[in-house]
Design a protein around this ligand. Sequence first.
Ligand code: HEM
Length: 163
Amino acid sequence: MLCDNNEVRPRPQTVALAINGITRNGVGPVLPSELDAVTSSYHRCLSSEKFIDTFYKFFLAKSEEVAQKFIATDFDHQKLMLRESLLMMVMFSRDPVGVRDEMAKLAKRHDRTGVDIPARLYALWLDSLCEAVQEHDPEFSEDVGHKWRAAMEPGIDFIISKH
Ligand code: HEM
């Protein structure tokens, strides 16, 4: 991975490490206290164990079509995967190159050769996510909600574009 100052930096092993390694104008890693609004909100949400459960409760209730897609899903595994992929989506909005391979895999899983998710269901996904954030982030505000949407949109557009 090439940094702003042209040093080669080893590729982070996980998205969580990668997000902590984001540099601000090349002046060094962002400290936890400086994490941006969405990442801070993500951590507040995850301090409630029920955040991802709430997301799936809302999402599965949105439409029969959504529920049908998850009919054979192992939700213990799925919840862990979603948790990690949310950070990846945030990363992608900041630096699309850094997580390109992981995002390509996620898009492939959802494309017509994978679980074949039509574009219209992504709006329901995003609404459910924002509803879950609203329920679990004690510092939720309209602004935080807008920032979540803005952070998720590039990843959603990417996945839809690969369908
Ligand atoms: C950008 C939004 C989304 C993200 C970040 C996301 C994330 C994920 C992740 C991380 C996985 C697991 C991948 C793996 O096992 O390798 C997954 C699987 C899946 N996703 Fe999504 N997803 C999104 C949107 C959707 C939407 C809109 C639907 C519509 C119903 C959907 C349905 C599924 C299904 C059916 C699976 C497979 C579950 C299984 O293995 O049984 N996803 N998703």
